[in-house]
Design a protein around this ligand. Sequence first.
Ligand code: SF4
Ligand code: SF4
Length: 428
Amino acid sequence: MSSVYNWHLGRPMEYPHEEHHPGRQFAFVFNINRCLACHTCTMACKSTWTFARGQEVMWWNNVETKPYGGYPRNWDVELLELLNKVAPENRRWSEAADGDSAKPNSAKPYGTFDGKTIFEAADKHVSSAGPQQALGYLPSDADWRTPNLYEDVSVGEKGEPLKFTRTVEQLPTHSTWFFYLARICNHCTYPACVAACPRNAIYKRPEDGIVLIDQKRCRGYRKCVEACPYKKPMYRPNTRATEKCIACYPRVEGKDPETEGRPMETRCMSSCIGQIRLQGLIDVAEDGTWAEAPDNPLYYLIRVAKVALPLYPQFGTEPNGYYIPPRWVPRPYLRQMFGPGVDQAIERYMVPDRELLAVLQLFRKTNRIIFKYKIEEGPKVFETEIHGKLFTQYDDTVLGYDDQGNEVVRINVNEPIHERPDIHQNSI
Ligand code: SF4
Ligand code: SF4
């Protein structure tokens, strides 16, 4: 085991490989507040990469309803319970965050996680298949088979695939909440799949940090399936190899015919109806810190405004997918899922300042990857109070630029209102 620095945890941690970082890192922000579970992302991915024989239950992009659902079934609850059983000590965050806005690239923006990660907990646990590099479990075939079944439906029998009750359920009166969690591989900084593979078939590309499985080296041992805390490598029975999200790397490289040679967002990102997704590439220094780039929209959202947070940072893989947490969900649930940055992130998102409001307009306005943004100030439009705080809206213009400095998007913060002419039957 080597000692590597994990800034999500705010401390060094044990990892089976030496610390080594790509020059750029594929990363994304999903705004959960906007996801409508239309599954356009899921189908865009499916129709591009996993439409063949043997890939029937393989969904590299999935959207699950929380807290009820998961693909594979109960993936996060299973691992949280395993960690609680194997390494129950100090599973909490200490208060020492150094993440004030004056120091955006801080080494511990969320404080320090004192419990054990999946790598640190692994040496105590020996699975039926032998010792593990990362604590994990292998889902059953049934766990993969029926994504979204029993989610958003009030009838059904838990744990019994395809068995529905015909009576109307009588639910107890309580406050209900749910949200949609869209997920792809996080192309983690310290991938558990890479750590676990006995064939060294999985690697992280030095140019963009995308994690790939070499199909010729893979022998289908499924160690990566067992180790990945997010359960994103998937076994394909007819090739006897494991496959996973490839981050649409031909598009990211600008080699897809549609890209005209410029880095382009993945299929799932660029098809998102709810405009919840923004994907980018982050410059990374040799020691793994993010090169300061406050005009990169992802850097701004994650490291400066701190409205976007990693998914289950306590697992320890330093995932490169970030989420703006949903406003309406009980905070203990969100703190378990996104760490202690939740309260500050939601507070800032609910009453956004001028810059944040402008950057939020960039989501899904172009399928080119935006490397930089600029804001041109416009007139004040209105002022109001939200949750006791003053909110002022300006009609600023936000501009996005590609890797060559070409303008790829220009949008006003104040959206125009279009009135339907009364020649239409349903005009107001
Ligand atoms: S999410 Fe899982 S499959 Fe993807 S890089 Fe991280 S550990 Fe590997
Ligand atoms: S396309 Fe966007 S809005 Fe629709 S389910 Fe996917 S992430 Fe959610």
